[in-house]
Design a protein around this ligand. Structure first.
Ligand code: AMP
Length: 409
């Protein structure tokens, strides 16, 4: 993402919100298990923006998605309803009355909103409910395909639009891009602003040496990201399932390991172009099957054909650590092994600790993506890095310099 782009985006501080009806797109896509919210982090992340608006005596109307809505049962079951979030929000704002609006396209909504009381906060039902026609059960994707009439309806509810849903800025949906296009007065909230300001610090002008650590399951999800990292970084450490495909592209047989055969050509070309920067595993920890069972270490040149790689080995970790120690700027996305399995989390845990040490010694360290953030925090703590970005696909899209349709209007 270009630094200049951020300068062009209006922020909350530069926007007149006092006494205004503010339509706020937040990310309340909280994890839910057995009917309970397991982490309030996403709701808490929206709090600075909501607090600021309430202090300015603005009327706050919140829009959010929750999970994906693909069929009518997703709605009928109630499992993806934001009602549970409304209750959590009410506990967070005891002095306010959180009003949950069951029908987010109710014809009465414009007049309800105009008559909002000073102590009320409105939360509309899951925006993605509009992806299904509730009468016919048909998948219509009005929200996800940015339907104009839907965007106009939501836009009619507010005088100012505040987009603070960072996790969806790489998507052009009715509740972000669509609404923004219809509204003259609009800005980003503090969460998006903070994310962009921090992510932007990782770029080719950052203090060198710049190291990227990239892992996770697949190359195919991260093509543009990999290309950008090659251009930005002095060294790129590749681990996880993704490394298997690079090794296979170099002619190494990896038995039953996860390899993306359709990405072999891409991996071969990228490696040929940037081999001076890329560090691939030289040894691996292998198992008989994809399970949390004890494994053994093998060199990449002696890979047993009946086994699969689930983590990188100690020699590879040693190589990684040497580079991390010397780095002044570090970006990390993707576990370098199956970090959910205790037997295969060693490299991810060791990297987390070393990147934390680098942070303590003054390096700028950026952790991106939900899985990576969870792993990094599990093996250290949430204050051990310069910035942990929470956006998943959105974080990667910003780093890769991709278009961000959710920010446009
Ligand atoms: P991503 O969402 O692309 O960052 O991928 C994260 C997932 O990659 C995690 O669930 C890891 O378990 C998985 N992963 C990491 N290394 C491997 C590997 N060697 N084989 C299979 N999956 C892996």
């Amino acid at each position: 993402m270009e630094k200049s782009l951020l300068k062009k985006i209006p922020t909350l501080q530069n926007t007149e919100v006092t006494n205004k009806r503010c339509l706020v797109r937040v990310d309340f896509n909280v994890p839910i298990k057995d009917g309970k919210i397991t982490s309030l982090a996403r709701i808490q992340a929206a709090k600075p923006t909501i607090d600021y608006l309430l202090k300015a005596k603005a009327k706050v109307i919140l829009l959010s998605h929750l999970s994906r809505i693909k069929k009518i049962e997703d709605i009928k079951s109630g499992k993806k309803s934001l009602k549970i979030v409304a209750k959590a929000l009410q506990r967070m704002y005891p002095r306010y009355n959180v009003v949950f609006i069951k029908d987010n396209r109710d014809k009465k909504l414009p007049s309800l909103v105009r008559n909002m009381k000073q102590n009320q906060i409105f939360l509309l039902e899951n925006t993605r409910y509009q992806d299904i026609n509730q009468k016919t059960g048909q998948l219509v994707k009005l929200e996800s395909k940015n339907n104009l009439r839907l965007a106009k309806f939501w836009a009619s509810l507010g005088e100012v639009f505040v987009n603070d849903a960072f996790a969806t800025i790489h998507r052009g949906h009715a509740s972000n891009a669509g609404v923004a296009k219809q509204m003259k007065n609009k800005c980003i909230g503090f969460l998006i602003q903070n994310e962009l300001e921090n992510i932007i610090k990782f770029d080719k002008y950052a203090t060198r040496p710049i190291t990227s650590i990239i892992g996770g399951a697949k190359i195919s999800d991260k093509i543009k990201l990999l290309e950008t990292l090659m251009a930005t970084s002095n060294q790129v450490l590749i681990g996880g399932g993704m490394a298997n495909t690079f090794l296979a592209a170099l002619g190494i047989n990896l038995g039953k390991s996860l390899v993306e055969t359709e990405m072999l050509g891409f991996a071969r070309d990228l490696y040929a172009k940037h081999k001076d920067k890329i560090i691939l595993p030289i040894d691996l920890k292998v198992a008989k099957e994809y399970a949390d069972i004890p494994g053994e270490y093998v060199s990449i040149n002696k890979f047993p054909k009946e086994l699969m790689a689930l983590d990188v080995g100690p020699k590879t970790i040693k190589q990684y650590l040497k580079i991390i120690k010397l780095s002044k700027t570090i970006f990390w996305n993707g576990p370098t092994g199956v970090s959910e399995f205790n037997n295969y989390s060693n490299s991810t845990a060791t990297i987390a600790k070393e990147v934390a040490k680098a942070t303590a010694s003054g390096a700028f360290t950026l952790i991106g993506g939900g899985d990576t953030a969870a792993a990094a925090i599990k093996f250290t703590n949430k204050n051990a890095f310069s910035f942990i970005s929470t956006g998943g696909g959105a974080t990667l899209a910003v780093i890769a310099g991709e278009k961000l349709p959710g920010l446009k209007g």
